[in-house]
Design a protein around this ligand. Structure first.
Ligand code: NAP
Ligand code: MN
Length: 267
């Protein structure tokens, strides 16, 4: 008989931990194995918490190709598909394979600094900001065309799945995840007689990359923030943002509808 392994991760909240134990027991009673540590050969990863907990699990295990199911324990829970009182229903449907997989696109950024290269990946977004309170200046190209010298706090490059997160707070558009586009949203752009920057988001097709050449200033570093996780660079020569081949698989049930989710979470 094949061993059917399911990885479970929960955030540190007492309630999430309680749900984790309950779910583990229920899965074991249904014949599944729940490994103590991350098992790369598991058939499913269950993340208990909010979107933040799910994003941290995704990054910790470097965007595994195993499908994820999110159990929401009292946060916004945009990625989280089920509520803790639906565990039995989930196991029932899962055993009958009555679910759909939503494939979500990811964004990547390559940072060049002298001879060094750093790769970052995001399911929601990747942001470049200054490490200090001063304005940063970014020379931005789209494809091979130079577009603008941006001045402000920074820029955000998001996927459709990330369009409802930080991007939305910045005035960016909500994008249906069935579209394959990247959205570039300015963060506090300056648009004065001294500085000229686009003030709205720009939407790009998947084959176009965005290249950013930050202007180096003394003692000014940069932060690259991928899905809320900060990475500091004392200087950056170039950052290229583009689509990544990696997709994240999310388990969704029959009733899932992106726009219903938007409505129930935002309106
Ligand atoms: P956080 O600062 O604790 O939470 C930000 C909020 O965004 C949480 O309510 C989170 O949901 C929600 N969220 C995450 N992904 C979402 C998505 N795709 N659509 C709609 N809402 C989403 O940080 P976190 O929980 O670790 O999440 C990281 C994300 O926070 C980043 O990827 C970034 O998009 C977002 N963020 C937003 C702002 C802002 O809006 N001003 C600033 C910084 C970062 P849960 O409550 O379920 O965790
Ligand atoms: Mn959170």
């Amino acid at each position: 008989m094949t061993v059917r392994k399911i990885n479970i991760f929960a955030n540190d909240d007492a309630y999430s931990q309680e749900i984790r134990e309950l779910l583990q027991r229920k899965l074991q009673q249904s014949g599944f194995t729940v490994p103590e540590k991350f098992a790369p050969d598991a058939e499913l990863i269950i993340s208990i918490g909010g979107d933040g907990a799910f994003l941290r699990t995704l990054h910790k295990y470097e965007f595994p190709s195993i499908p994820f199911l999110g159990v929401n324990t009292g946060h916004l829970g945009f990625f989280q598909e089920i509520h803790p009182d639906e565990l039995d229903e989930f196991i029932f449907l899962y055993k009958q394979r009555r679910y759909n997989i939503q494939n979500l696109k990811t964004v990547k950024a390559t940072v060049k600094q002298g001879e060094n290269r750093y790769e970052y990946q995001g399911l929601n977004e990747i942001v470049i900001k200054g490490d200090h309170a001063t304005t940063i200046h970014l020379n931005i190209s789209i494809g091979n065309s130079f577009i603008e010298r941006f001045s402000g706090d920074g820029i955000l490059v998001c996927t459709p799945a990330g369009s409802t997160a930080y991007n939305y707070s910045l005035g960016g558009s909500i994008v249906d995840p069935r579209l394959t586009i990247l959205q570039i949203t300015p963060i506090a752009p300056m648009n004065t007689t001294a500085y000229r920057s686009f003030t709205s988001s720009v939407v790009l097709p998947k084959e176009l990359a965005v290249t950013v050449h930050p202007e180096a200033r003394e003692e000014s570093g940069f932060m690259i923030i991928a899905d809320g996780m900060e990475h500091r660079h004392s200087s950056i020569d170039e950052v290229t943002f583009g689509f990544s081949q990696t997709e994240v698989k999310l388990m969704r049930f029959e009733h899932y509808d992106f726009w219903t989710k938007v409505k129930t979470k935002f309106l």
